[in-house]
Design a protein around this ligand. Sequence first.
Ligand SMILES: [Zn+2]
Ligand SMILES: [Zn+2]
Length: 247
Amino acid sequence: MNIDILGSSGGVGGQSGSTSLLISNRILVDAGSGLGALSLERMRGIEAVFITHSHMDHISALPPFLANLFGHRTTPLPIYALPETIEVLKSCIFNGQIWPDFTAIPSAADPIIEFRALTPWQTLRHNELSLTPFSVEHTVPTVGYSIQDQNQHFVFCADSKSSAEFIDQLNRLPAIHTLMIECSFPDRYQQLADMSGHLTPQTLYNTVQKLLQAPQQVWITHLKPAYEDELRALFSQDTRFNNWRVL
Ligand SMILES: [Zn+2]
Ligand SMILES: [Zn+2]
């Protein structure tokens, strides 16, 4: 499995664009502004899109990305998401006002995209990859993804605060090689983090400590640009986070 981090910021103005991952050149997970740096050719090689939730930092590049596919597909591009997320994308984005309804263009019989509803814990297979969505704890319905091939198990937790349910979901997964998990705010904003469904260094550390099997690697993502320098300094100095990678 090849994992390209196209964007890992929790906003704009940070060291990268916002969340978007390309798995083995074929599967796109989220479509934040980081997707915009991908070449047209590589965009057109994407075979399926998996969205974690409807927040703008995870979907902002989805509409213009899809516009690049006209004339380059023979079948609709599948976009997988929770039913609630699909409803929001249809009513708030692909509504003919913000962006055209790509489920009916060029024609309803032969559209450029097709939404497919996900159910948590129902595994989908795409070539050599197995993708399993699982529920996380955010302010809107959100899933993380467990992505496996024969050699690797990569888990992307999307946006989530800490909770017993979230830890339980992670502990239902088989042994994790790489855990990509967010940290949005410094500890002094714990209340804001809890309200907005995000982690701080303290709750991130506690969450990982409660996993029954320690992941081989932890990748920290989704730093909010306003606190990015402060969080990077903390992660480089605080020995609790030795060997954790900050994206
Ligand atoms: Zn986010
Ligand atoms: Zn979010």
